[in-house]
Ligand binder design. Structure first.
Ligand code: SF4
Length: 309
């Protein structure tokens, strides 16, 4: 199975998507924040990113889900800044502080090619929503120079469906977070009360484009959706509702990673409700809710971060 963007490159669809993304970025509407700033001219909006992507780091990553890691690792590219910016972000210095260096499209293409050369099974674009245009531009160079491995869109779930449509036939694997179910929680923790509805719409669109996760004979992911859900203290994530939605409205065969690694970061130290790790009981409840909802493909890794009590 070839990576989807190869055909998109041949047919001209990749170039068309890039042209449209460039137009949108000159009055930026690439995400639900709809800042309408001219990023092509260097202006910045909520995500503090202008024309060029800022990259914090890149390299083979072995901590991702097994279907992404395989033997060669997942080729992660960590983009700086974020269109969601949660108070508790587990990469706070990168997403809020913007640690990293601006890279041009040819340089970003070279990063992708270097990861492929290192034996990574995929290019894992971490926090890509606000840099869709630079990614598409880099892909044009990278495909021409031989990029072949699947593209993973590893996002926070705060997406515009219209922008996701630019990626149809280009992204092979979508890996969105589904963080909160409740609008007030989303308003308080990331200033985005529309997050839950945007995440639901996004997940439907991603599933429509690429379907359930499909792996090759060695268990390495080639195409499909993989959802991540971080269990929060005090039931703040709305886990039961989220897994219920995925099972009922997407598919019980959706690959879901229920994650236990929440720990206070960034501004979470100043918010009593989220200023602790989760307990084993909270994590077990989350897993039970997922099983009860009927989900049959749960990522199965031992809990490392939970408090035993
Ligand atoms: S991508 Fe950035 S500038 Fe564009 S709408 Fe979203 S937050 Fe605003």
């Amino acid at each position: 199975m070839n990576a989807a963007y190869i055909e998109a490159y041949r047919s001209g669809r990749l170039e068309q998507s890039l042209a449209r993304a460039s137009r949108w970025m000159s009055k930026c509407t690439l995400c639900p924040r709809m800042c309408r700033v001219d990023r092509m001219a260097g202006e910045t909006g909520f995500c503090k990113t202008g024309k060029l992507a800022v990259v914090a780091s890149f390299g083979p990553h072995y901590g991702e889900e097994r279907p992404l890691v395989g033997r060669g690792g997942s080729g992660a590219v960590f983009f700086s800044f974020c269109n969601l910016s949660c108070q508790f972000c587990q990469n706070y210095d990168i997403s809020h502080g913007g640690e990293g260096s601006p890279v041009g499209p040819e340089q970003l293409a070279e990063i992708m090619l270097a990861l492929q050369k290192m034996g990574c099974h995929n290019i894992n674009l971490v926090t890509p929503t606000h840099v869709i245009q630079p990614i598409l531009q880099a892909l044009l160079f990278a495909v021409a120079k031989g990029l072949r491995v699947p593209l993973v869109y590893n996002c926070g779930g705060y997406e515009r469906v219209a922008a996701l449509k630019l990626l149809e036939g280009i992204v092979d694997i979508y890996m969105p977070d589904f963080k909160f179910w409740d609008t007030e929680t989303a308003r308080e923790l990331c200033g985005a009360p529309d997050y839950p509805s945007r995440a639901r719409e996004a997940l439907r669109e991603m599933h429509r484009q690429v379907g359930e996760l499909v792996c090759d004979e060695s268990g390495v992911a080639r195409r499909g959706v993989l959802v991540r859900h971080l269990v929060m203290p005090n039931g703040l994530a709305g886990t039961a509702e989220i897994v219920g939605f995925i099972a009922a409205r997407i598919s019980t065969r959706t690959y879901v990673n229920i994650m236990d690694q929440y720990h206070p970061c960034g501004m979470a130290f100043f918010n009593e409700a989220i200023n602790r790790r989760i307990t084993r009981a909270e994590f077990n409840q989350a897993l039970e809710a997922a099983r009860k909802a009927g989900l049959t493909r749960l990522d199965n890794r031992p809990g490392r971060w939970i408090i035993d009590k």
